[in-house]
Design a binder for this molecule. Structure first.
Ligand SMILES: O=C(Cc1ccccc1)Nn1cnc2ccccc21
Length: 327
């Protein structure tokens, strides 16, 4: 069993949450973005063009690790939903998270990163926690979770992200002090190798439940809560002075207004995302960027950090299923 602290980067926005991961011998510690929306462990490294490595960023240098081994011929390339991308070659090395150690974990070394990653001064890479079938290494390699899963008391990890404060990822056990009320589970369909689940309905503020099944993905690698446009419009209709900004391509609202809660239902259980969690940052001293935005043409909704930070979530690979609790 193991717990690792998840620290929000880019204070106020909680743009992403980073966890310290030790790679190599002697250990090189890198802050990685644990990402349930992808399945590759990739890092900025000594092979990443220095023009793409912001000052002070921790990188992985396999030459400084006595346990690093190049995986001959293996390559990887990733493109994420926002168009960001990275690619490179692959090493195996010792990877330790909290107290959990994998001896020959595939560590994907970035030889190219897109501008979004080059401009991110906080993270040194991603650690994918989606299903292994989404791994993009050719030939495929195992995720960290798939490697440690046999050693865990339970084949699960839990996500307890917080608003503006460090939370935690726990592996192999449920810390019942991290949530209130009941945990409600619902099946996961790994159709796209993602943690995809169905919500039975939603409500805005104190309104009654709108019973409609919505297909969603729990994605710690996405910052926002992306929903069908009809729901997004109904949500901002409740905020006087809000509007769709063509400039930002997003809904914005007056910062001095606390938006309504967004509630979603797992079975009959009501899961609450408080309105005070909806501020994704100031774009002027009066206008704020809404945490709820449209999922556009995506074939599912994305429950990213805006929603996850209000919940305690169990990612259970045994069924698979996902459990939600308020906190
Ligand atoms: O890419 C996405 C959103 C997404 C779109 C379509 C299918 C599945 C997920 N999240 N994400 C997950 N990790 C990321 C890393 C960078 C940018 C976005 C990232």
């Amino acid at each position: 069993r193991d717990t690792v602290v998840a620290t929000p980067a880019y204070s106020y926005y909680d743009k992403e949450y980073l966890c310290a991961v030790k790679i190599g011998t002697p250990p090189q510690t890198l802050p990685l973005d644990f990402d349930t929306g992808s399945a590759d462990l990739w890092v900025f490294s000594s092979e990443t063009p220095s023009s793409s490595v912001s000052m002070g960023k921790a990188i992985y240098n396999p030459k400084n690790s006595s346990t690093a081994k190049l995986v001959t011929g293996a390559t990887w390339a990733l493109t994420y939903g926002d168009g960001s991308s990275s690619s490179g070659d692959v090493y195996t090395d010792n990877v330790t998270i909290g107290g959990l150690n994998v001896a020959a974990q595939a560590v994907e070394s970035a030889q190219k990163v897109s501008s979004q990653f080059a401009g991110d001064t906080a993270l040194s890479g991603l650690l994918g926690l989606a299903f292994g079938t989404a791994n993009q290494v050719k030939p495929a390699v195992k995720t960290f979770f798939d490697n440690i899963r046999p050693a865990l008391p339970l084949p699960i990890f839990t996500v307890n992200l917080k608003k503006g404060a460090p939370g935690s990822y726990n592996f192999g056990y449920i810390d019942t002090t991290q949530y209130t009320g009941a945990l409600t589970y619902t099946p996961v369909t790994p159709r796209y190798s993602l943690w995809e689940f169905g919500i039975s309905g939603f409500s805005i503020g104190t309104a009654i439940k709108n019973s409609t099944v919505i297909d969603a993905v729990a994605d710690t690698g996405t910052s926002l809560l992306l929903l069908p446009l009809s729901i997004v419009k109904a949500y901002y209709a409740q905020i006087a002075g809000s509007s769709y900004s063509t400039n930002y391509g997003a809904y914005v609202y007056p910062c001095n207004i606390t938006p309504p809660d967004f509630n979603f239902y797992i079975g009959t259980a009501k899961q609450v995302v408080p309105g005070r969690y909806m501020n994704y940052g100031y774009i002027s001293n009066t206008q704020c960027y809404g945490g709820i935005q449209s999922q556009g043409t995506l074939m599912f909704s994305l429950f990213g950090d805006i929603a996850l930070k209000a919940q305690f979530v169990v990612f259970d690979a045994s069924v698979p299923r996902i459990g939600w609790a308020n906190k």
